[in-house]
Design a protein around this ligand. Structure first.
Ligand SMILES: *[C@@H]1O[C@H](CO)[C@@H](O)[C@H](O)[C@H]1NC(C)=O
Ligand SMILES: *[C@@H]1O[C@H](CO)[C@@H](O)[C@H](O)[C@H]1NC(C)=O
Length: 331
């Protein structure tokens, strides 16, 4: 089992993140600062937002591997965000909309499963999540101004030095590459028209957060869309689009294109937004390696139920915690 090396890699990532969070420390000694993280996104990051907002209940096997109960995560165990919190020695991020038992002293999680970047005003699109964050921040600062500072989990300095994590686009891309009832999607059309609109929302979210005081960003690229069983299970004319790993090449090309443009946007914004650090991570390469080299990660990925399934199903059909462990060690 890869746990010891996974752990050391996680600690290395932690060191990087701590350095990132503290690089812009004002005067205060770094070691006294509490890490604060605000997360935005979809089911890759949702730690119970959908359950809190819609009252949804995700029965086992969701939650069976670690929590041994349903936690509202669409995963059998912990997510990348959870491993990040563990390696920062902080509590798991509470969903912003969870009324009971929440602890926001290390930040809040605005991610909601199924969320998209476009259309922007529909709950709980990225823009709506960012608006919720602005409300959270404004309300915190108002309470501090009115003498209720002791009730407020994150102060102005906490907001300033926090890490802002964004992982969204998978549901947008998936929808863009959906077959309509009459015709197949047009790849060029999706790349020319749909992808720029999605990316423009992500850029807008980064800039809005920046103008609301955020400086440290961690932006995740999307995963290999063409390896999702959801897509592979759809009827197709023939298998000519399948690559050596059994994934749909055209859809993965869409993910590559999306990520490459997202990476450039992050570079441009880093140059443009004074004092901002925007770290972009290409999750596609990491997740695709898991699919392509699944036998090398056998123990990490296989389970009694998955033995008879194809590698892509092993990775994606029931999002498995070991995948998140592995991804979290690689990001
Ligand atoms: C977390 O706690 C462990 C054990 O106390 C310590 O070794 C590690 O340096 C801590 N990590 C951070 C990021 O503070
Ligand atoms: C699979 O593993 C080999 C050997 O470690 C590596 O060279 C290759 O890049 C991996 N494949 C992918 C798709 O990451």
């Amino acid at each position: 089992m890869a746990t010891p090396s996974a752990l050391s890699a996680a600690l290395a990532v932690t060191a990087l993140l701590v350095a990132l969070t503290l690089t812009f420390a004002d005067d205060e000694a770094p070691c006294t600062r509490r890490p604060v993280v605000f997360a935005f996104g979809d089911s890759n990051t949702d730690t119970g937002g959908t359950a809190a907002a819609l009252g949804s209940y995700f029965p086992l096997p969701a939650g069976r591997a670690h929590f041994r109960r349903s936690t509202g995560r669409l995963c059998d165990g912990r997510l990348v965000i959870d491993y990040l919190c563990e390696s920062l020695n902080m509590s798991y991020l509470s969903p912003y909309m969870e009324a009971l038992g929440s602890d926001y002293s290390n930040g809040a999680n605005f991610a909601v499963s199924g969320s998209t970047a476009v259309p922007r005003d529909r709950p709980f699109a990225l823009h709506v999540q960012v608006q919720q964050f602005i409300h959270f921040k404004q309300r915190s600062l108002d309470l501090i101004t009115h003498g209720h500072g002791s009730d407020v989990p994150v102060d102005a300095e906490g907001f300033r030095n926090a890490l802002y994590l964004i992982d969204i686009g998978q549901n947008d891309l998936s929808a863009a590459f959906s077959f309509s009832s009459r015709s197949a999607y047009d790849y060029d059309d999706v790349v020319r028209k749909r992808v720029p609109a999605i990316l423009s929302e992500i850029k807008d979210a980064i800039m809005t957060l920046y103008y609301n005081g955020a400086k440290n960003f961690w932006v995740h690229g999307t995963g290999p869309l063409g390896c999702l069983p959801q897509r592979l299970a759809q009827p197709r004319v023939d298998d000519s689009d399948l690559d050596d790993s059994g994934c749909l090449e055209t859809l993965n090309q869409g993910s590559y294109e999306f990520n490459s443009q997202l990476g450039s946007i992050c570079d441009k914004l880093t140059a443009q937004l004074k004092g901002a650090t925007i770290v972009y991570t290409d999750l596609l390469a990491i997740k695709y390696d898991l699919v392509a080299n699944h036998s090398a990660y056998g123990e990490l990925l296989s389970s009694p139920q998955s033995v008879s399934q194809s590698p892509v199903y092993v990775v994606y059909s029931q999002p498995r915690s070991p995948m998140h462990v592995y991804v979290s060690t690689r990001v």
